[in-house]
Design a protein around this ligand. Structure first.
Ligand code: FAD
Length: 353
């Protein structure tokens, strides 16, 4: 249930293993993935106190190169997968201090991130504002275009024999299958009672003038006068600017959200003010109480697996989630890597219907 990147990748992998698979969704690809930036950032997204999540992010990011190559081959779709790496920058001294605390922690975990002097930063990306006080490079933090990812997964899954059913599932009993996987993103809570809540994010899409590529090649993320922001350049000329993080369930784009994003983006890369503003959109991240995904059988229901709650990381976590869920379905045995992410870690009894 759910044709976002997570559900589609599981369906594709299961079909490759010879299982008969149906995917239910009346609006495939319309969830968080439609809005997502597609950063594959296990290092820049390694936050204090999230060791188990960081380990899963690192594991999934390591699977991305092979996953991308296999999927592009199976679908014939260009995923927009790019490996130039990520620059993490601070505009002011305070911004740099905040970013620096985090990358010191990340370095302490042994993750690949290296501080750069301002001149070295600008050598890599001359488009950065001269005011930028400093930064670091995370060469292994890559990116993919999530809309292309979903398109590719749909083709690959269909070619592998997956059947698509344009239906929104209201209750689990509507689905007649040996195993049901609930990969419905923010639609998961009403079906399972799991504590998956929407976390709103607004993003903008800009386009470089003259139909050319953007004037920078790395993902650039960091802080501008205390405002966190990221800029993701695509080969198509598009730049994704994101994102707000709001505890709200609506998908309205607000003037304030656009203002904050544009101001922070243009402070880091001034030439963006000359770009065309082509889209402003909001989506809902499937968040959980501990920010980590929920993957595994519902308590007392070995026939119903959850694969959801991927919050800010569903694109990077797609390959590992698909592999581990498929293995669980085929063998009946959960991989030990799933132990921190089981649905039963939430004290409240799930409710299903
Ligand atoms: C602003 C923003 C930026 C982001 N940036 C990144 C990023 O840079 N990197 C990253 O890794 N992640 C990012 N994410 C997170 C990522 O988009 C999500 O974690 C990911 O899309 C989750 O995938 P999913 O397949 O579980 O859910 P979704 O993509 O939300 O898809 C869920 C699907 O389930 C379907 N569905 C819902 N209810 C039902 C039902 N009852 N029956 C049938 N189908 C149903 C929906 O129609 C939808 O197609 C971002 C998210 C946002 C909002």
């Amino acid at each position: 249930m759910g044709a976002g990147p997570v559900g589609l990748a599981i369906a594709w992998r299961c079909a490759q293993r010879g299982l008969r698979v149906s995917v239910y969704d009346d609006r495939p690809g319309s969830g968080a993935s439609h809005v997502a930036a597609g950063m594959l950032s296990p290092v820049a997204e390694a936050y204090f106190g999230e060791h188990e999540l960081t380990a899963l992010l690192v594991e999934s990011a390591a699977r991305w190169p092979d996953f991308a190559a296999e999927l592009a081959g199976a679908s014939g779709v260009d995923l927009g997968y790019r490996t130039e790496g990520t620059l993490v920058v601070g505009l002011t001294a305070d911004d740099l201090a905040e970013a620096g605390r985090l990358w010191a922690y990340q370095q302490g975990l042994g993750l690949p991130i290296t501080p750069l002097r301002p001149s070295a930063l600008r050598d890599r990306e001359p488009a950065l504002a001269t005011r930028v006080r400093g930064g670091a490079v995370a060469p292994g933090d890559h990116q993919v275009d999530p809309r292309r990812l979903v398109a590719a997964l749909r083709v690959a899954a269909e070619r592998a024999g997956v059947e698509f059913r344009p239906a929104r599932v209201g209750v689990l009993s509507e689905v007649d299958a040996r195993v049901t996987v609930v990969a419905a993103g923010c639609g998961t809570a009403p079906l399972t009672g799991l504590p998956v809540r929407p976390v709103k994010g607004q993003v903008l899409r800009l386009r470089a003038p003259g139909g050319g590529p953007p004037g920078f090649r790395h993902v650039i993320r960091g802080y501008a006068d205390g405002e966190p922001v990221y800029l993701v350049p695509r080969g198509s000329g598009e730049v994704v600017v994101g994102a707000t993080v709001e505890e709200r369930a609506d998908t309205e784009v607000t003037a304030g959200g656009v203002l904050r994003l544009l101001r922070a983006a243009a402070e880091l890369v001034p030439e963006l003010t000359e770009y065309e503003l082509v889209e402003a959109v909001a989506g809902l991240r499937p968040g959980t109480p501990d920010n980590a995904p929920v993957i595994g059988a519902l308590p007392g229901r070995p026939d119903v697996l959850a694969a959801t709650g991927h919050h800010r990381h569903g694109i990077v976590l797609t390959p590992v989630t698909a592999d581990l869920v498929t293995e669980l379905i085929v063998t009946g045995e959960p991989d030990p890597a799933l132990a921190p992410f089981t649905p039963d870690r939430f004290a409240k009894e799930p409710r299903w219907n």
